[in-house]
Write a protein that binds this ligand. Structure first.
Ligand code: SAJ
Length: 413
């Protein structure tokens, strides 16, 4: 059992603190947001992930986890704070502030583990000098490691425990100590390397996915022009033993994929990162391509997008989650409003933040000229669209997620 401080109780930090506590460690969760700290101590879960509420209640009730706003003395410190972008540049202010908060309590034999996604070199060139302001020397007195998260929202708790992990140490001793700590709750394999490689690996993983989604989107644009069904084509191509084409969609949202590749290529020569830069452009244009499809389909029905009623199914950035960060739906909605359309958004998961969502699906499609499926929520897969269309003004349907199943295809774009 180790006394562990988890700094940052957000989407990664809270589940990490809970799983560490449930693995028998004494865990102190730390966040500057007093309201979050109070919620944790009242086991009021705010990270909507399957199984987390129950586990949070267990570890709080058993006093295995407590939350507070100050960083305590501990044997291990997990730093799980956001690392957003400012424009296309990493904003490491939260990370720097969190690491600085460890300095006053750092002692010999402690280990500090950074989980926040960061540009290669951050752990050694930014985090290490800050921690050495304590007067202690890295590797000699304290240990430092970098271990990125790789969990899929919607299945986070399972993946936190079962996925393989990469642990990057500043020195072999740190990698081994971090490996031992993760081994107490990770059932997947744990691969050790150096911190810089681990930072790069995380960014390469998400760049790989962002680029491959862009390729799928570009295939969709090509197949539209070729009058080939993209989904049939991908299904057949993926029968090749070494081909795995991703799913095309209306764009790439979330906190990570729109951000992480910029951490990788931000300081790289343009001529050495052309593919990743182009992939961003392909994904970023997808919501506007959807708007173009809507305009053309309405025009075919003698309707003008201006003053049309358009129902958007899905504000979240992907299926079965409530997260709307960087959602392609928001880009599409904002564009359609500028074109004069009247918008109604229906999403059984995402409660509208800056975009109001309707809770009554019939009211939301009432008299609609278009229904745009932007998200693959399971609820949408159960909808009888033939019946739903009866409530609309002969609406067109644009299904960007290939989930609409109908007995007949009329009105579908
Ligand atoms: N998307 C497609 N086609 C695909 C796959 C995804 O259009 O074939 C779209 C989705 O609809 C979504 C976007 O791409 O808009 C990104 O979705 P995602 O599921 O690929 O990835 P994220 O953003 O959910 O990535 C998360 C991140 N983890 C957290 O946010 C806690 C990331 O750091 C993880 O590496 C990733 O899950 C993972 O899968 O491990």
């Amino acid at each position: 059992m180790v006394r562990i401080a988890v700094i940052g109780l957000g989407y990664i930090g809270l589940p990490t603190a809970v799983v560490l506590a449930n693995s028998g460690h004494e865990v102190i969760g730390v966040d500057t947001n007093k309201a979050l700290v109070n919620k944790v101590n009242r086991h009021e879960n705010y990270v909507m992930e399957r199984g987390l509420s129950k586990l949070l209640q267990k570890v709080i009730t058993k006093k295995l986890l407590v939350a507070q706003t100050s960083v305590p003395r501990a044997d291990a410190f997990f730093v799980c704070v956001p690392t957003p972008l400012i424009g296309k540049r990493p904003d490491l202010r939260y990370l720097v502030s969190a690491v600085k908060s460890v300095v006053p309590v750092l002692k010999k034999e402690d280990i500090v583990i950074i989980e926040s996604t960061a540009p290669p070199g951050t752990t050694e060139e930014i985090v290490r000098p800050i921690l050495e302001k304590s007067g202690l020397k890295c590797e000699k007195d304290f240990l430092l490691a970098y271990c990125p998260e790789r969990v899929l929202p919607g299945d986070l708790l399972y993946e936190l425990i079962h996925n393989d992990r990469i642990v990057g140490g500043v020195g072999k001793k740190a990698a081994e100590r971090a490996r031992q700590l993760y081994r107490t709750f990770v059932r997947g394999k744990i691969y050790t390397t150096d911190a810089r490689t681990a930072e790069a690996v995380k960014l390469m993983e998400n760049s790989f996915r962002m680029v491959n989604i862009a390729l799928a989107n570009e295939f969709a644009l090509i197949c539209e022009q070729l009058d080939v069904d993209i989904y049939d084509a991908i299904a057949l191509a993926n029968r090749h033993p070494r081909v795995k084409i991703h799913a095309p969609g209306p764009g790439v949202g979330g906190y990570c994929l729109p951000k992480d590749p910029w951490f990788l290529i931000g300081n790289i020569l343009t001529e050495n990162s052309e593919l990743i830069r182009s992939a961003f452009q392909v994904n970023e244009k997808m919501p506007f391509h959807v708007a173009d499809l809507i305009t053309k389909a309405l025009r075919k029905k003698g309707k003008n997008i201006k003053r049309s009623r358009i129902t958007i199914f899905g504000l979240a950035y992907k299926g079965n989650i409530a997260d709307t960060r960087n959602s392609p739906s928001k880009t599409l909605i904002s564009y359609l409003k500028k074109k004069g359309a009247s918008i109604c958004v229906y999403d059984p998961h995402a409660k509208g933040d800056d975009e109001r969502t309707c809770t009554d699906i019939i009211a939301c499609v009432n008299n609609a000229d278009a229904i745009i499926v932007m998200c693959d929520h399971d609820e949408f897969k159960k909808i009888d669209f033939d019946e739903l269309l009866q409530n609309t003004n002969d609406a067109i349907i644009i299904d960007t997620r290939n989930i609409v199943r109908r007995s007949k295809k009329e009105n579908e774009v």
